[in-house]
Ligand binder design. Structure first.
Ligand SMILES: Cc1cc2nc3c(=O)[nH]c(=O)nc-3n(C[C@H](O)[C@H](O)[C@H](O)COP(=O)(O)O)c2cc1C
Length: 166
């Protein structure tokens, strides 16, 4: 068992402590090592460390209140020029995000994955605020920081969700 997988939880409260640049790079390295359809690596990443932008994020997408305490967020975008149909951009980005979340646990960091797309209003809010080019779709934004909350561990394993075709 990979312990980081089972320790990962969405963290919505962070310490007022910056995240080391090397750790951010490790998250991005982990993200870019994820599989992608036809190896298109259609992802792009924007590291957001601007306090004003982090504080403002909740007006772009309602469930991103944790960004007010996060020292950093990583936006994951998909490049429409790399692959069609668009659904692949989401699948590829999701694989990258999950890798980031697991690597973050390994680095002693907390994270919270927040969706942007496919809701068009949120995509446009992020596009306008961060001046994102038309060929890029902001798919998700991950809060990153040192956690300031302890949550009970949960085990969601549910044999009812498994079927067999032998
Ligand atoms: C696609 C996706 C979108 C999510 N969007 C948000 C969000 O906007 N805000 C938030 O606080 N959490 C968001 N989450 C986190 C989920 O709420 C969280 O993963 C779920 O409640 C399970 O809790 P855990 O991550 O602690 O195991 C999102 C997770 C995923 C996978």
């Amino acid at each position: 068992m990979l312990k980081e997988l089972y320790e990962r939880q969405s963290i919505r409260k962070y310490l007022d402590k910056p995240v080391e640049e090397e750790k951010i790079m490790e998250l991005l390295r982990a993200a870019m090592n994820a599989p992608t359809a036809r190896n298109t690596q259609s992802w792009r990443f924007m590291v957001i460390e601007n306090r004003e932008a982090l504080d403002h994020m909740q007006t772009l997408s309602p469930y991103t209140g944790m960004m007010k305490t996060a020292p950093c967020a990583i936006m994951v975008l998909g490049d429409k020029r790399d692959i069609e149909p668009e659904e692949y951009l989401y699948v590829n980005a999701a694989a990258a995000i999950e890798n980031m979340l697991i690597e973050a646990v390994h680095q002693g960091l907390g994270t919270c994955w927040c969706a942007i797309g496919p809701r068009t209003e949120r995509i446009e809010n992020f596009r306008n605020y961060f001046h994102i080019e038309d060929h890029l779709i902001p798919i998700g934004v991950v809060a990153v920081g040192y956690g300031d909350e302890v949550k009970p561990k949960v085990d969601r394993f549910d044999p009812e969700k498994i079927s067999y075709y032998k």
